[in-house]
Design a binder for this molecule. Structure first.
Ligand code: AR6
Length: 520
C-alpha cells in the first residue's frame, strides 16, 4: 500500500441517512409548486382534482381533451377528442386484439398512416402475451383509464421550461391516466420531433416509437420485453380488486421538481475548503434497491427518460421501466440545460427486472411497501442529471468539461434534506466517461452539498477498490475540494500535453500527494 494506506472496510451503508431520517422536513417547499389535487380533501383521505380553467397555450401541456382549441372548433367537427373517445370507447367493449388497438390509435392519428408500425406490440402479443395472458382484459381497462382524463385533470399542467424553478405534484391516478393517453398516442402536437417544431425541445411522450419496428430482430425483441414492464404497470394501476396489499396501492402522490441554479450561485470550485464526505462503496448492489430512501441518481439524458420509448435500455431506461410513473416527466420537462436537474419524489416501483441492455428481461411484480410521507409519497427520491456525452473520451479532462460536470452534479445534489446520494458510474457507459474521474467529481459535489455517498460500481470489484483507496488517500491527506480541483485541472493540462492515453488519473494524484508530502 502506498502513502501508508491500509484499506479497511468501507463506510457502513446503514450509517447513511435516508428520507426516513428527515421525515418531518419534506413538505415545506410550496413556492412555484402546482398541486393538481385539492389538498383540503386530500388531508381527509379523499382524492379530488383541483379545478382551474384550462388553457391552451405555450406555457402548459396541450391536453388531448382540449383539442382542437375552441377558437377553431368550428372547422373540425367532430373534434379530435370526440374521435379519440369514439375509438377508445370501442376498445372498452371487450374482445380486443392488438389489431383493434392499432386501428383505434390510427383512427385519430391518420396523418401518420404508413409511417407508424406496431411490430413490437404484435411481437409482444405473439410471444409474451401467452405468458402474461390477460391483454384482452387489460386493453379495455387501459382505454377506460385514458377516457377518464377530463375527470382527473381539471387544471392546466404547466410545462417545466428551462431556467424555471417549478414543481408539479399529482396523484398516481392522474399519472396513470396521462400515461394511458400516452400509450394510445392521444397527445396533440407531440408527434413532430423535427428540429424547430413546437416541442422539439421536449422528449416525446406518445408511445408510437415503442411499438415501432426495429431492423435488428434482437432490438425488436427487447422492445417487446419492455412492453411487459409497461403492461404490468397498467395491470397494477387498473386492478380494482382488493387483492392488493394496501401498503402497495398506488393511491398516493408524486412530485416533479425542476431545479435551475443560476451560474452566479454555483460554487467557485477553487474556493471550496471542505473535506470529502463518507463513502460507502461496493461492487455489489444497485442504486435502485440498496439506495432506496437516499437521493438516487438517474444517469439521465438531457431529454428526460432518454430512449425509454425507443430502443434505449441502460440505467435510465431500466429505472423508468421499473417505475413507469417517471415516464410522465417526459410530458412536461423541457430539455435540461447545464445548470439544471429534475428531482422526482415518491414514485412507486412496480417491477423486478434482470439483466442489462441486450440481456434485459422483465422478471415479475415488485410489491412496493416503501413507507410514505404525509402526502403519501414513497420515501423514494430520484434526481436526473445528464452527464456530457464524450464522443472522444479525451475531452473529459478539459477544465471546462470538468467544471460543467461538477456543476451538474452539484445542481443535482444540492438541497434539503441532506440524505446520502446513491450513485455509481454516472456518464461512464453510453456516454464514455472515465469512472475514476466521475467518482471524484461526484464526491466533490457531494462534499459541497454536505451529503455522504453510496457508490455502486456495478460488479466492478477492481474499480471499487481503486475508488475506495483514492478516497482514503484524499481524506487522510486532508485534500479538500479546492485542492482536488486544482489537481484535476493540472491532470487535464498534463493529459492534453502528453497525449499519453495510458496516463492514469489516480496514479497522477498519488504521485502529486507523495511529492508534496516529501517536501514537507
Ligand atoms: N446501478 C449501479 N450502476 C449501474 C446501474 C445500476 N442500476 N446500471 C448501470 N450502471 P449508463 P451514461 C453502471 O450507460 O453513460 C441512457 O440512454 C454501469 O457500469 O446508463 O450516463 C440515458 O438516457 C454502466 O456502464 O449511463 C442517456 O442518454 C454505467 O453505470 C445515456 O444512457 C453507466 O450507465 C446516459 O449514459
Amino acid at each position: 500500500p502506498q502513502l501508508g494506506i491500509q484499506l479497511g472496510p468501507t463506510y457502513p451503508i446503514k450509517n447513511l441517512k435516508t428520507m426516513q431520517n428527515f421525515s418531518t422536513e419534506f413538505d415545506k417547499k410550496l413556492i412555484g409548486h402546482i398541486i393538481m389535487l385539492d389538498m383540503t380533501f386530500f388531508q381527509r383521505g379523499v382524492i379530488v382534482p383541483f379545478q382551474r380553467t384550462h388553457v391552451w397555450d405555450s406555457k402548459n401541456v396541450k391536453l388531448p381533451h382540449l383539442y382542437p382549441p375552441s377558437h377553431n372548433k368550428s372547422h373540425a367537427p367532430p373534434s379530435r377528442w370526440e374521435a379519440t373517445c369514439h375509438a377508445l370507447r370501442k376498445l372498452t367493449k371487450g374482445s380486443n386484439s392488438i389489431g383493434d388497438a392499432e386501428t383505434a390509435i390510427m383512427s385519430y392519428n391518420s396523418t401518420n398512416k404508413g409511417k407508424w408500425t406496431f411490430d413490437a406490440l404484435y411481437l409482444y402479443g405473439q410471444r409474451l402475451h401467452t405468458v402474461d395472458n390477460n391483454l384482452h382484459l387489460l386493453i379495455p381497462k387501459m382505454a377506460k383509464l385514458a377516457l377518464e382524463l377530463p375527470d382527473l385533470i381539471k387544471q392546466p399542467i404547466p410545462l417545466l421550461r428551462q431556467q424555471q424553478n417549478q414543481a408539479i405534484t399529482m396523484s398516481q391516478q392522474q399519472i396513470s391516466s396521462l400515461l394511458a393517453n400516452a400509450f394510445f398516442c392521444t397527445f396533440p402536437h407531440r408527434n413532430d420531433t423535427k428540429p424547430g417544431s413546437e416541442y422539439s425541445n421536449f422528449p416525446t411522450i406518445n408511445f408510437s416509437s415503442l411499438f415501432a419496428n426495429e431492423k435488428d430482430p434482437a432490438k425488436l425483441a427487447q422492445k417487446a420485453e419492455k412492453l411487459r414492464a409497461i403492461f404490468h404497470y397498467f395491470n397494477t394501476v387498473t386492478n380494482e380488486s382488493h387483492d392488493q396489499d394496501p401498503a402497495s396501492k398506488p393511491d398516493g402522490l408524486v412530485s416533479f421538481e425542476r431545479i435551475s441554479i443560476p451560474s452566479s450561485q454555483l460554487p467557485d470550485w477553487n474556493k471550496q475548503k471542505m473535506p470529502l464526505r463518507n463513502l460507502h462503496i461496493s461492487s455489489e448492489g444497485s442504486i435502485e434497491k440498496e439506495g432506496t430512501g437516499m437521493l438516487q441518481v438517474d444517469f439521465a439524458c438531457k431529454y428526460i427518460g432518454g430512449g425509454v420509448l425507443k430502443s434505449g435500455l441502460v440505467q435510465e431506461e431500466i429505472l423508468f421501466l421499473m417505475s413507469p410513473e417517471l415516464i410522465v416527466a417526459r410530458l412536461f420537462t423541457e430539455k435540461l440545460a447545464d445548470n439544471e436537474c429534475l428531482k422526482i419524489t415518491g414514485p412507486q416501483m412496480y417491477s423486478i427486472t434482470s439483466g442489462y441492455s441486450k440481456t434485459f428481461s422483465w422478471v415479475g411484480p415488485y410489491n412496493d411497501c416503501t413507507k410514505r410521507d404525509m402526502w403519501k409519497r414513497r420515501y423514494r427520491q430520484i434526481v436526473a442529471i445528464d452527464a456530457l456525452d464524450f464522443k472522444n473520451p479525451k475531452e473529459q479532462y478539459t477544465q471546462e468539461n470538468i467544471k460543467r460536470e461538477l456543476n451538474k452534479a452539484f445542481v443535482g445534489f444540492h438541497g434539503k434534506p441532506e440524505t446520502a446520494i446513491a450513485t455509481g458510474n454516472w456518464g461512464c457507459g453510453a456516454f464514455n466517461g472515465d469512472p475514476k474521474l466521475k467518482a471524484l467529481i461526484q464526491l466533490m459535489a457531494a462534499a459541497v452539498a454536505e451529503r455522504d455517498m453510496a457508490y455502486f460500481t456495478f460488479r466492478n470489484e477492481h474499480l471499487a477498490y481503486e475508488i475506495q483507496r483514492m478516497h482514503e488517500i484524499l481524506t487522510k491527506n486532508n485534500v479538500t475540494v479546492d485542492k482536488l480541483y486544482k489537481l484535476l485541472k493540472e491532470f487535464g493540462g498534463h493529459y492534453t500535453r502528453e497525449h499519453h492515453s495510458a496516463t492514469d488519473l489516480y496514479r497522477f494524484i498519488r504521485e502529486k500527494i507523495k511529492h508534496k508530502n516529501s517536501l514537507l
